[in-house]
Write a protein of this length. Structure first.
Length: 330
């Protein structure tokens, strides 16, 4: 009998230890989620609300580009100027009116009032706690970037339909110092890194003005489109196969030629977005098959005499799946 009591006590202790281990694991995971959300919230505030100037490099494949950035916030309004220091000369200015791209070599200016997003990635922290998220989030080590201590945040995709991220965030402010776009195997596709950064810099009006005169340049303007309200499914086209986690964010339609329309559907999983365009077949032909531009992949196809193009900072399999599944609504 004493042996039976000992075995029963051992079994109870084993069960108690198992529950304690599970509770500790769940608590540790919850604490990890809170920590990651804290860092992503700090990053979102830093890249938009801080004043700073710096030099950075952008790498995509074998291409390497050097740039300077000036960023200022006045009365809640962001003003920013990005200047290329290598390759084709261009300057990009962003404020409440939109984004203006100046190309001195081509003597042209493109003004796009539809774009207001920051140049650096802003990752919504609610993705971390979303049970339907298609990513895993982890904190890594503390490393040095541009002479500053940085906390590493890892964002790992759960399937082959999206890319991952690795972010280095300055420990005192949460400012993004370096970011990597990673493929399914963890290989870098695209890299952005500050080589020099002054946080809290005094940014003057002169810093935010273009260095070239625009008189006589060709001016191209894309006006801001009115808010369309909640997205609606297209009455003409549908994307039959959408990877899990992606939902329709917006749907716009505008006339392309008399009696015909161009449709633009945007799907997002909270981090990545895919645009699907459907338009009448142009007389000059269309892109058919795949094309890659750094982390952006494009896939073109013909459907019922229309040109379909899907593009986004997602793997080739994602845009191929979505473009090939576009169908006309009966």
């Amino acid at each position: 009998m004493p042996g039976k009591h000992r075995r029963a006590n051992n079994a109870r202790r084993t069960v108690a230890l198992l529950f304690a281990a599970l509770a500790w694991t769940a608590g540790a995971a919850e604490a990890q989620d809170r920590d990651v959300r804290h860092w992503l919230d700090r990053m979102a505030l830093a890249v938009t609300n801080l004043d700073y100037r710096g030099s950075l490099v952008y790498a995509r494949g074998d291409a390497l580009e050097a740039m300077q950035i000036f960023h200022r916030v006045r009365e809640g309004q962001v003003e920013e100027r990005l200047v290329s220091m290598s390759g084709i000369h261009r300057e990009v200015l962003r404020n409440a009116d939109g984004v203006r791209c100046i190309f001195p070599d081509r003597q042209s200016v493109v003004m796009d009032a539809r774009i207001a997003e920051p140049w650096f990635p802003v990752i919504p922290s609610e993705q971390v706690a979303d049970p339907g998220t298609r990513y895993d989030f982890h904190l890594g080590n503390v490393e040095r970037i541009a002479g500053m201590e940085a906390q590493v945040v890892e964002i790992v995709p759960k399937d082959q339909f999206r890319y991952g991220f690795r972010l280095w965030l300055e420990v005192d402010t949460g400012m993004l110092l370096k970011s990597l776009h990673l493929d399914r195997n963890g290989r870098p596709i695209e890299q952005l890194m500050f080589t020099d950064l002054e946080i809290g810099a005094m940014i003057s009006d002169a810093d935010l003005r273009p260095s070239v005169r625009e008189e006589g340049f060709l001016q191209v303007t894309f006006p801001k489109t009115p808010d369309a309200g909640p997205p609606e499914e297209s009455r003409s086209w549908r994307v039959a196969r959408v990877p899990d986690g992606f939902t329709l964010r917006s749907h716009t339609q505008r006339g392309a030629r008399a009696g015909e329309n161009l449709e633009h559907l945007v799907f997002t999983d909270g981090l990545a977005s895919v645009s699907v365009y459907v338009e009448p077949m142009p007389s000059t032909g269309i892109l058919e098959g795949a094309k890659e531009l750094g982390s952006v992949n494009i896939f073109g196809a013909q459907v019922d005499g229309y040109a379909v193009t899907a593009l986004g900072a997602v793997p080739p399999a994602t845009v191929r799946l979505m473009a090939r599944s576009v169908r006309a609504v009966p």
